[in-house]
Design a protein around this ligand. Structure first.
Ligand SMILES: Nc1ncnc2c1ncn2[C@@H]1O[C@H](COP(=O)(O)OP(=O)(O)OP(=O)(O)O)[C@@H](O)[C@H]1O
Ligand SMILES: [Mg+2]
Length: 507
């Protein structure tokens, strides 16, 4: 509600104005709820350190004791007193103002809105050329006084970690962490656990959002958490030789140049399980495929097709890097949190073409592997048949292992055996497989055959291959490609060699 106080009457009534200064106590409160999480709030504070030229950023926390605190300390250019007071002002810069290319800010709001989303007391202390300055916003004080006033500090005094400021640098401290305490103020131990969990979940976000500054700059930006250096997470897996990357592409528009580069992650079989899981993160590869949009090399959107495609199992290795400059903020509708953006229409069409091309490549990566398994040359036990628009998997009753066994059965049991084989085909647990593939596809493996089953299979297949005139030296190579031999080659090889020797009569 706008309260109209003391209208100042001008000569013409239509031109009368009234003071509509916002109420400090309510407006500053509203700033708290623009949708930050702990991780997006911390990232917004880190943005400022990077813009200030920091090479080392320390995230510090003190979760025990009466008043837990969380801080970001940098070695950037620091601030003078006048700059600090300006920095503390909500709306310190006009969003329409032109910014330097490396400036990650836009709204003149992030420091305040990000901090208030998590805490009620924000202290910023800074040094420029060794001169100390400090200021605090205390939301309880603002609520009591209804005045836009910060408290100034001329000494580091009791500001946590202020003694660690270098000759140049800035420290942002959050205290009265009401939003990070989970309502557990009366249970300090549980509150500490709650806080630690929030900080831990922010860790991965920060490793990902700022990975380009950590990896591409020389020297790289170092970010630590309570003294432990954080490793960058590169969502394109470029350190693995088996990743694929296309040539970069660019699109020149009125307000700047958009750059694209398509990547295909390495297949999970070509890297270690730990690396594969780190690449996918807690959400997994299916949910993290898609565009990675960077504004000034800072990640703002991770793993979304932005409405241009669906996240499917076959495209889960596709990731497209999109680089935009801060001159296009209005076109992309960048928000205060730097956590969302919308595709400008001019970019949409180009991105659609890229998506089509990349998803085709990725599908081939999977189909290439799939085809091997259904290659008829290797006589698979299971057959995949497309029938009436449906895909049916069933054991192949003509496969030598079944046919030979059936031939050895008394006539009255042969029909029963055929229906038994048919039963296995018709009871494949499709729904369970589907759900497992959606959740953890890399963990699904076929059951291991025992030595006797491997022998039976080899007994059925080797004589056929010999009878077909297959070169005896090629037989092990062929069988090594198919299950059950492939997964148990150490057991299968001597058995196969023995049968080849018997069937061909020489070693
Ligand atoms: N760590 C820092 N080192 C030096 N100056 C800083 C630091 N943090 C903030 N500032 C100054 O404070 C100003 C306000 O920061 P704030 O995050 O509120 O807005 P912004 O970065 O300009 O824009 P945005 O709202 O998009 O983040 C910055 O423009 C910068 O001049
Ligand atoms: Mg900022």
């Amino acid at each position: 509600m706008i309260t109209i106080e003391k209208p100042s009457m001008k000569p013409c009534e239509d031109e009368a104005t009234a003071d509509a200064t916002p109420h400090a106590s309510s407006l500053i409160q509203s700033l708290r709820d623009i949708g930050y999480s702990c991780e997006t709030a911390l990232a917004d504070v880190i943005d400022n350190s990077i813009t200030a030229g920091a090479r080392r950023i320390e995230i510090l926390s003190q979760v025990d004791g009466g008043d837990p605190a969380l801080a970001v300390l940098d070695d950037g250019m620091g601030m003078t007193l006048a700059e600090l007071i300006e920095a503390m002002r909500p709306g310190s810069r006009n969003p329409l103002a032109e910014r330097a290319g490396h400036d990650l800010g836009r709204f003149g709001l992030g420091l305040k809105s990000a901090s208030f989303s998590q805490c009620k007391r924000l202290t910023v202390a800074s040094r420029r050329d060794g001169v100390f300055v400090g200021a605090t916003w205390d939301l309880d004080e603002v609520a009591a006084t209804n005045r836009w006033e910060v408290r100034l500090h001329s000494e580091p005094g009791s500001i946590p970690w202020a003694d660690r400021l270098g000759k140049n640098g800035t420290l942002v401290v959050w205290r009265s962490l009401d939003r990070l305490s989970g309502g557990l103020d009366n249970q300090p131990r549980k509150r500490a656990e709650y806080l630690n969990r929030a900080i831990a979940s922010a860790e991965r976000h920060i490793r990902l959002v700022f990975h380009r500054f950590m990896m591409e700059d020389r020297p790289g930006l170092a970010i630590s958490l309570n003294g432990r250096d954080l490793e960058p997470i590169d969502p394109f897996g470029t350190r693995f030789p088996s990743h694929q990357e296309d040539r970069p592409d660019r699109l020149e528009l009125g307000n700047g140049v958009v750059e694209f580069q398509c990547f295909t992650l390495p297949h999970h079989k070509s890297i270690s399980r730990a690396d594969w899981e780190d690449l996918g993160g807690p959400e997994g590869h299916l949910r993290t495929q898609g565009f990675y949009v960077y504004r000034g090399r800072r990640l703002i959107i991770a793993g979304s097709w932005l409405g241009l495609a669906r996240q499917t199992e076959l495209t889960k290795l596709c990731r497209i890097r999109v680089d935009i400059p801060n001159t296009m903020d209005a076109d992309w509708k960048i928000d205060v949190k730097k956590a969302s953006a919308q595709l400008p229409p001019a970019v949409r069409e180009r991105m659609r073409l890229l998506v089509e091309r990349l998803t085709q490549t990725s599908k081939r990566t999977y189909r290439g592997r799939g085809q091997k398994l259904v290659n008829t040359e290797y006589m698979p036990v299971w057959q995949r048949v497309q029938k009436d628009g449906a895909i049916v998997y069933s054991p192949d009753p003509t496969h030598p292992v079944f046919a030979d066994f059936s031939a050895r059965l008394p006539a009255e049991l042969q029909a029963d055996f055929a229906s038994l084989i048919g039963l296995i085909g018709s009871t494949v647990p499709i729904a369970a497989l589907h759900s497992d593939f959606a959740g953890c596809p890399e963990e699904i493996v076929a059951d291991q055959a025992d030595a006797e089953a491997i022998r039976q299979m080899a007994e059925a297949m080797v004589p056929r291959l010999v009878a077909q005139g297959t070169d005896r030296d090629r037989i092990p190579d062929i069988l090594r490609q198919v299950e059950p031999f492939q997964s148990a080659w150490a057991v299968a090889q001597p058995l196969i060699d023995e049968i080849i020797e018997r069937e061909t009569g020489h070693v």
